[in-house]
Design a protein around this ligand. Structure first.
Ligand code: SF4
Ligand code: SF4
Length: 194
């Protein structure tokens, strides 16, 4: 259990995207009961919101749960207080990464490679994305990763969901990059890496 930080709730309310929405949570538990990933999460969204109020900074920012949310919207449409749970969870994940907490390294790595590819060519090339993601940890890890997904890759290829040639840049890549740069600036992260 992490130490108690009495200013953590205020820190979240003021600095995390949508963090002040947590004030409206009445701890009914509907989000926790609805979330299809609750069994994989170390803390349900309801528990995360309680831990924030309890000043458990390390426990919240180090929680895998904040990076597991798949934006399925089940909790959000059921929340009686209309709290944007997804935005809060993603806001917490971004805030954690900015403060050198990496609750799920693989998720953070994949997100980084995904973002970089969108920035470079404006679309996703599954072959290139998989190669960059799997080989980020070295050649051996890369080969192991690719072999683990070879069955799925082959099926995608046979069903023409993966093209043999590399994807080209989209026509409006310059405009897209300007938008992404602006989005990065608004999030206070600086420019995207390419
Ligand atoms: S459903 Fe809404 S009000 Fe209920 S615990 Fe979850 S976030 Fe809080
Ligand atoms: S949006 Fe996220 S937190 Fe909400 S139910 Fe879906 S996976 Fe769970």
């Amino acid at each position: 259990m992490g130490s108690y930080d009495p200013s953590f709730a205020k820190e979240v309310f003021e600095n995390v995207d949508f963090g002040d929405e947590i004030k409206m949570c009445m701890q009914c538990g509907v989000c926790a009961a609805s979330c299809p990933l609750s069994l994989q999460m170390d803390h349900s969204p309801r528990q995360i919101f309680t831990l924030i109020r309890a000043g458990k900074r390390e426990e919240v920012l180090g929680s895998q749960a904040i990076m597991l949310c798949t934006s399925c919207y089940t909790c959000e449409v059921r929340c009686p207080r209309k709290i944007p749970v997804i935005d809060v969870m993603h806001g917490l994940a971004n805030y954690a990464l900015k403060h050198d907490f990496v609750p799920r390294k693989d998720t953070a790595n994949f997100g980084g490679k995904f973002w970089d590819q969108i920035y470079r060519i404006g679309r996703i090339d599954e072959k290139d994305l998989s190669r960059r993601y799997f080989f980020a940890e070295g050649i051996i890890e890369g080969i192991k990763g690719l072999l683990g997904f070879s069955d799925i890759g082959l099926r995608l290829f046979l069903h023409k969901r993966i093209k043999p040639l590399p994807e080209r840049k989209i026509k409006g890549i310059i405009s897209l990059r300007k938008m992404l740069d602006k989005a990065e600036k608004m999030r206070g992260r600086g420019g995207a890496s390419v």
